[in-house]
Design a binder for this molecule. Sequence first.
Ligand code: TXA
Ligand code: MG
Length: 336
Amino acid sequence: MSHPPTLRATRVLPADAAGIAEAARVLVSGGLVALPTETVYGLACDATDPRAVASLYAAKGRPSFNPLIAHIPDVAAARRVGELAPAAAALAALFWPGPLTLVVPAIADATCDLARAGLGSVALRVPAHPVAQAVLRAAGRPIAAPSANRSGHVSPTSAAHVLADLDGRIDLILDAGPCAVGVESTILDCTGATPVLLRPGGLPREEIEAALGATLASHASSVEAAGSEAAPLAPGMLASHYAPSVPVRLDAHELTPGEALLTFAGARPPGTSAASLVRDLSPAGDLVEAAARLFALLRELDGSGASAIAVVPLPRHGLGEAIADRLRRAAAPRPA
Ligand code: TXA
Ligand code: MG
């Protein structure tokens, strides 16, 4: 399905004016650039260029049935790529730029079929990060950008994470330091009568529900949908999408010797003293901080030589929903 990736010299540049100009130049000539966004680093390419999109799938080792989010700098650019019905336009006006992706009917030929995996809908996102904004404006076309990790790995929240996964497979990494939000955007399907939550993410459900004045339907609750690989609803949300290499044990109330501990708000369950390594998502019990640190700490614990990662029970409100979703995927058994 995907051909082997071309060997590339991967450059890392600071995200200053020269770096931004170079990123736009590489993008419009069909190359692959890792960009900071406020959620996670994205691996960007020209969403109108099927050759560029094919090389992006190859670099990620991603199954090509997985559609990509089209990134644009503002609502006006979004309207050239997808149809914003009144409900979608209202959400866009409230939450863009920001960590919200809207799935809407696609405008034919505004993005290539491969970027949409042949779907008649398109996922639209206007990122808030100033570097992403500047690159999108300079490139002047929709930019496809999945998270800049190898398929199956956790999303990168620093340039170093990107380099660890994709060195030699992409052309350029713009380094703007760690991502502020730390989990991917919230995805809403706006193709039907009422918006449906496809992926919990960096914009908490509560904020969307307050804006809608209604409870947000989850597609068969994305919790269960996460396990069904037959008809995944955000097609990239396979259960094992975020799997570290060692087992992840959720809702741990005690530690088994040899395990590493991912904890929250200073919790120290029985057996903690025998843990191989202890990391706290947020000693102060702040879910925003916890989301921002989640993927970096999963990577650190995964690489520490522990036999497994035990995770204490975590709150489920606000960004806790997205954190719980990513941890559930991290704990899911991987396909053979
Ligand atoms: O925060 C984010 O959204 C990051 C940054 C880089 O922008 N991007 C990101 O992209 O998380 P990715 O490719 O890792 O996840 C995009 C998700 C996938 O689960 C994909 O299946 C879903 O969006 N998706 C894309 N187009 C879709 C569509 N037309 N209908 C339903 N789901 C779609
Ligand atoms: Mg991803």
